[in-house]
Ligand binder design. Structure first.
Ligand SMILES: Cc1cc2nc3c(=O)[nH]c(=O)nc-3n(C[C@H](O)[C@H](O)[C@H](O)COP(=O)(O)OP(=O)(O)OC[C@H]3O[C@@H](n4cnc5c(N)ncnc54)[C@H](O)[C@@H]3O)c2cc1C
Ligand SMILES: NC(=O)c1ccc[n+]([C@@H]2O[C@H](COP(=O)([O-])OP(=O)(O)OC[C@H]3O[C@@H](n4cnc5c(N)ncnc54)[C@H](O)[C@@H]3O)[C@@H](O)[C@H]2O)c1
Length: 470
């Protein structure tokens, strides 16, 4: 079989693999990209894009209810689903059209292979189509893994047999179920509850802990309040013991001494790196774990192997994966050309303590950096200040009786912010200012001079600094 050589072979053309390939071809490297499903990955068709397309109209209608003088806003489920279809390029047969993305891959002068990529020894990759090896590729410099993640279905008795929906089915829903039970109080569980309730389902959300437990504890409580006011039956600290599906399709979920009956069940119980079936064993790596990488995204075990995005398990977020991809792409260009590879731009250090995330529930949760608990665990000299966003003049104009909260976690030794959390309507767009402050480690006394316009919600930064004592 003909074997082709490229400088770099990228396995996976999700958002992260695509960005890595783009940086490398721009830097003059020859690159092959292999994709087994759809170029654009989970994010474009089954995750970020459709979920936000469904959530936005729901959020707008809820916002309209919170302001005197607006009448008649309502969700039109059929039109919302049709708009989602456009966003995810749905085809008449229910599939998705990724031609725009494959054309983009070709436009950056990368070679696109449709098939499954599998490592077959050092710097060698097989492309499989229909189970057969259709092409052998060798990488002169490196193989980049960008295979993403897969949902996990824990061994809850009866869950797998009940054939639960996952996030793919929720985000691509065509017929909205009347009654749904969602398992999992993480981001997927909370966003799914908000979107299905907004589209008309009667939703029960069950979490064994609180909601959004990686955030400040009060953030999850405010989201629980918001979901309840959308009509969601939020049940926290409740462990599911058994799931069963009857012949008529009805699902029963047993938890504690209660039974919840629904037409559909959603499993939103986490994701794990997609490391299975990609040949990691052929190069001596353990396929049951994320691919461990350093800050240049290079495997800590094999100098020619890189892993970016969900597959390395660092931060399962599109923007962080793409950030890693830029570092990885650029560092590979530098290393291939024998140029210096140590500049800060070539390392993904923001992965550790400076990661931003927005949860698009109503209220939204926008956070960056460390929570109070995480900061204390890392040994920082911590002080936390918080402020009720509803007291900010700008917020009172955004919504009548605006409900929300902001907090700032400060490293007292250096006088810089380690983290911010905002919960409330439309706080997503507040976040980047906080991300700049945390990433650049701006002294609070300097942040004081970043004056927010009146009357915007951003004046919450001033209020936090005043609460701190400036
Ligand atoms: C419901 C949901 C909503 C989300 N919303 C957000 C959000 O709002 N914001 C955010 O930042 N993140 C969000 N995320 C997370 C985000 O989707 C992921 O972090 C992101 O998709 C990771 O990108 P990736 O390229 O690493 O992986 P993926 O998007 O999973 O892409 C990996 C690609 O690799 C391909 N592939 C896998 N194995 C092989 C192989 N062996 N050969 C060839 N191709 C292969 C796959 O087919 C896929 O196309 C959400 C996730 C979910 C589930
Ligand atoms: N807006 C966004 O940024 C966004 C949206 C969706 C997903 N994502 C990303 O996707 C990833 C996956 O999200 P997720 O919500 O599936 O995972 P998650 O890890 O955030 O939440 C999983 C939930 O399942 C629960 N759980 C796990 N095992 C369980 C068990 N055996 N029994 C009962 N409960 C159990 C956990 O306690 C948790 O509540 C996240 O890392 C997230 O960052 C991001």
């Amino acid at each position: 079989m003909e074997e082709r050589e490229f400088d770099v072979v990228v396995i996976g053309a999700g958002p992260v693999g695509e960005v890595a390939a783009g940086r490398m071809t721009a830097g003059g490297l020859s690159v092959a990209v292999i994709e087994e499903e759809l170029a654009g990955g989970e994010c474009s068709y089954w995750a970020c894009m459709p979920s936000k397309a469904l959530l936005r109209p729901v959020e707008l209608v809820e916002a309209a209810k919170r302001i005197q003088g607006v009448r008649g806003a309502e969700v039109d489920p059929a039109a919302v689903l049709a708009r989602r279809d456009k966003v995810v390029k749905r085809t008449p047969d229910g599939g998705h059209d990724d031609s725009g993305q494959t054309e983009w891959v070709r436009s950056i002068c990368a070679e696109f292979y449709r098939g499954r990529g599998r490592l077959a020894g050092e710097r060698r990759v097989e492309v499989l189509s229909g189970g057969e090896v259709s092409q052998l590729l060798t990488a002169k410099h490196a193989v980049v893994l960008a295979t993403g993640s897969r949902p996990t279905v824990p061994p809850i008795p009866g869950l797998r047999e009940a054939e639960p929906w996952g996030s793919r089915e929720v985000t691509n829903v065509d017929v909205v179920p009347d009654r749904v039970v969602i398992l999992g109080g993480g981001v997927v569980g909370c966003e799914s509850a908000a979107m299905l309730a907004g589209l008309g389902s009667s939703v029960t959300l069950i979490s064994r802990g609180g909601l959004l437990d990686r955030n400040e504890p009060w953030a999850g409580e405010l989201v629980a309040d918001g979901l309840r006011s959308q009509g969601v039956n939020v049940r926290t600290e409740l462990q599911v013991s058994e799931v069963s599906r009857a012949a008529d399709g009805t699902v029963t979920v047993k938890a504690g001494d209660e039974a919840f009956v629904a037409d559909q069940i959603v499993s939103a119980l986490g994701r794990r790196p997609a490391t299975a079936g990609i040949g990691l064993e052929s190069v001596g790596l353990d396929a049951s774990k994320a691919v461990d990488v350093d800050d240049s995204l290079r495997s800590t075990q094999l100098p020619w192997l890189y892993a970016v995005g969900d597959v390395n398990g660092r931060n399962l977020l599109t923007h962080m994966g793409k950030y890693q991809a830029r570092a990885c792409g650029d560092v590979l260009v530098a290393r291939a050309k024998g140029e210096p590879d140590g500049s800060p731009k070539l390392t993904a250090y923001a992965d550790h303590e400076k990661t931003p995330q927005v949860v698009f529930t109503d209220p939204q949760v926008a956070s960056v950096g460390l929570t109070e608990k995480a900061a204390r665990e890392r040994g920082y000299d911590v002080r936390v200040v918080d402020y009720d966003i509803g007291w900010v003049a700008g917020a009172s104009l955004v919504a009548d009786d605006y409900t929300g909260k902001a907090s700032m976690v400060v490293d007292e030794k250096r006088g810089v912010a380690l983290g911010f959390t905002f919960v409330g309507q439309d706080v997503a767009e507040l976040l980047h200012g906080a991300t700049v402050a945390v990433t650049a480690e701006v002294p609070l006394e300097t942040l004081w001079h970043a004056v927010a316009s009146y009357p915007t919600v951003s004046e919450v930064y001033l209020r936090l600094l005043e609460a701190y004592g400036l």
